[in-house]
Every structure is written in C-alpha cells, then in structure tokens.
Design a protein around this ligand. Structure first.
Ligand code: SF4
Length: 391
C-alpha cells in the first residue's frame, strides 16, 4: 500500500477550496440542490446575517460576495453611478446573467446605503424571489435593540418556514446554532494556528478556506476546516522570516486572492484580518440551550466584532483594532479598503489615529475586487515590511 503524503493531500484540499472560493456562478449550490429537487438556497450579502435561521429552515445559506476578477461587468454598471464600490455592480451583473438563479431568495443586511439600494433593485428586478432587508439593531439595550432583532429574526424564520415547508422550531434552530458554533470554533482554531505558526497556515490559504464556506453546507465546511488543520500541522512547512501584519477594511467587498498573495510575496504575513468577517461573527459560541432567537440577538448585541458598518456608540474607534493587533503580535497594520467604501473610509482616520497613538506602524491603500495590477501594492507592502524589519 502506498503511504499518503500529507503535502499532496494538503495541496489537493487547498486547490478544492480555491475552486469553491472562485465559484461565483454557484456550481456547488446547483449540485446541492440537484441532489434533492425540493431543496432551496438563500443568498446573503455581507456583512452579517444569522445564517443559523436559513439552516434551520432546511435551506442552504449562500454567501454572495461579488464576482472578483472573473466577470466583466456589462449590465451591472448601468444601474449605478461611477463613484461607488464594485460589489453591487458585479452581484447585480451576475444576477442579470442568470448566474444566481439557483437562489430562491436573498437577504440584504443593513450594511450601508449601497446594499439598502441593491435590496430595493432586487425586489423590482426579481419580483418572483423572496427578498428581505435585515435591519440590524442600532440600540444595544436588550429591551429595545435586542427585542427588535429577535422579532426581525422570527419574521425571517416564519417566511422561510412557509416558503420551504420546514418550520423553524426552537429545537431545529438550537441544532443549527450548535452546528455554526462548531464551525466558528474551528475557524478560531485556524486563526490561532496562523497567529502562532503562520508558516503552517498562510493567509492566502486561510482566505480561500473561509470563502469556500460561502457555498458549502456548514457541516461540510466544518469537515474541510478540520482536515486542513490536521494536514497543515503535519505538513512539515518551515518557519520563514516575515513582517507580521494585521489588515483592516476588507469586511465587505473582498480583496482578490492574488492581492493577498502579493502581500505575502512582498514579505508581509497577515496574522489578523477582517475579511469574510461573518465567519467569525459573533465571537465565541451562541447559547444553544435557551430561547434561540434571544440567544442570537444577545450574541449580536454583546459579542459582535468591531466593524465599520456597525454603529456602537460606546466603543472608542480603533481600540479593538489595537487590542487585536497586540493579541496577534502584529508588527504593523495595513488599512486596505475597497475604493469608495463609505463605512471603511469614514472610520479610517479615527482607527488610524488610534493605531499611530499606540505606536504601531501602518500604511494604507485602496483596492477593488477586480484589481488586476498588483505591482504598486507589492512595492508599497515590500517597503512597509522592510521598514518593520529594520526598525
Ligand atoms: S464595499 Fe462598503 S460601500 Fe460598498 S457595499 Fe460594502 S460596505 Fe457598502
């Protein structure tokens, strides 16, 4: 019998995750639905939606995070002015081409005005599909914001239960919360591995692994994470000398994977980030014993990660970034925001001031999901890495 090589298995697993990460036309979702024709899939946009509710209705939650570099936008541009970010155009373009027609509905969280407008367009363009704009609570008190969000989630649960024929009972929702808790636990383990031994779990691999979770059932994604963790620890990869950096600003429109690789090639290893932040939202486990709607609501109020799209009156801007950077032993911070992203760019002066006050070196650049030119970013990141190493 031939012994299996963990390096080859790891390569195959990362390559599968990369295929899924680039699956913007949702081939994996179509295959999942074809296996049982009564199945339904519900898309969601960044930044946060309670995926547990979709799962409890027996449906597949599908992250719709833009088309990256893979699609030339033609129709999507006709719906938006020039000076906004790229993600709404590419998502709309995909939908108008029929690439998202396997989705039976879409959830649009209250991330920003762009996503709010997109939800209205969706309702007009695809009247046969279920569309819900999720108003996330602004008030942090349990009696007001908490009760409001629990009611909002019950409404979605009722809608999906009616649509798919599987009512979202408390028992089903608790089981879904447990499934996502396990997923978040492994994502956290992956982040811990990258923090402690980043050469075993490079950021570009961590990214495609998380992104694969946008189109896979949560149980399958959890299995993929567990396999990766085992193979990465057995890989025998050697330590390398790189500048440890945290990256912020990628919470909605995603950077191209090649941009992440460019940063790595320039000598920066990313030990903390905010991309695909929904996969780590909320921090820690959600209570899977009591009232599940109250549990999800309370986790959102008290254990959401800091994110520019989220209003939190009591938080000093930048304080959590400084804390995260210190915990990850980051030697520098890169502010990498999508061009024209209002929430990110309005936050940046305050978070950058906090980082500078903490005497953590930082640099900033803008990107678009279809950025194809990486040379200027490589030079900037290379200089930044050198400056960190020489200081
Ligand atoms: S990238 Fe920024 S502006 Fe664009 S949809 Fe996302 S949060 Fe809104």
């Amino acid at each position: 019998m031939t012994a299996t090589n963990p390096g080859t298995e790891l390569q195959a697993l990362v390559s599968r995750a990369e295929d899924l990460a680039h699956d913007v036309t949702l081939r994996a979702v179509r295959e999942w639905k074809a296996a049982e024709p009564s199945r339904k899939a519900i898309g969601y946009m960044p930044v946060y939606v309670p995926r547990e509710i979709i799962h409890a209705a027996g449906m597949l939650p599908v992250g719709v995070f833009g088309a990256g570099e893979s699609v030339e936008i033609v129709k999507g541009d006709a719906f938006f002015q020039s000076y906004i970010c790229h993600i709404p155009r590419s998502v709309l373009d995909l939908a108008l081409r029929g690439a998202l027609d396997c989705l039976d509905g879409m959830l649009f969280p209250s991330t920003c005005d762009v996503i709010r407008n997109l939800s209205g367009m969706w309702q007009m363009l695809f009247p046969q599909k279920y569309v819900h704009y999720i108003d996330l609570p602004q008030d942090p008190s349990p009696g007001l914001g908490g009760a409001f969000f629990a009611r909002e989630m019950r409404q979605i649960a009722d809608d999906l239960g009616r649509m798919g024929g599987t009512p979202v009972t408390d028992g089903r929702l608790r089981a879904s919360i447990a499934a996502y808790n396990e997923n978040r636990r492994l994502v956290e383990e992956l982040y811990q591995l990258r923090r402690s031994q980043f050469w075993l779990a490079p950021a570009s691999e961590v990214y495609v692994l998380l992104r694969a979770g946008n189109v896979l059932p949560v149980e399958e994604h959890t299995k993929l994470l567990a396999e990766y963790l085992t193979l990465a620890r057995q890989s025998g990869r050697h330590p390398v000398d790189m500048a440890r950096v945290a990256i912020r600003g990628c919470f909605c429109e995603q950077p191209p994977v090649d941009l992440i690789r460019t940063l790595e090639r320039a000598g920066c290893t990313i030990v903390d980030d905010d991309w695909l932040i929904h996969s780590r939202w909320p921090r820690g486990s959600v209570d899977a014993q009591g009232d599940p709607f109250e549990a999800l609501s309370s986790a959102f109020l008290y254990r959401s990660p800091s994110c520019p799209s989220l209003y939190r009156a009591h938080e000093r801007k930048g304080a959590s970034l400084v804390a995260d950077a210190r915990e990850a032993r980051a030697e520098g911070v890169i502010f990498a925001s999508a061009s024209f992203c209002d929430p990110a760019l309005l936050d940046q002066p305050m978070t950058m001031a906090a980082v500078k006050q903490a005497e953590i070196p930082c640099t900033a650049f803008l990107y678009a999901e279809n950025t194809g030119q990486f040379q200027p970013i490589r030079e900037q990141a290379g200089t930044f890495a050198d400056a960190i190493k020489l200081s």
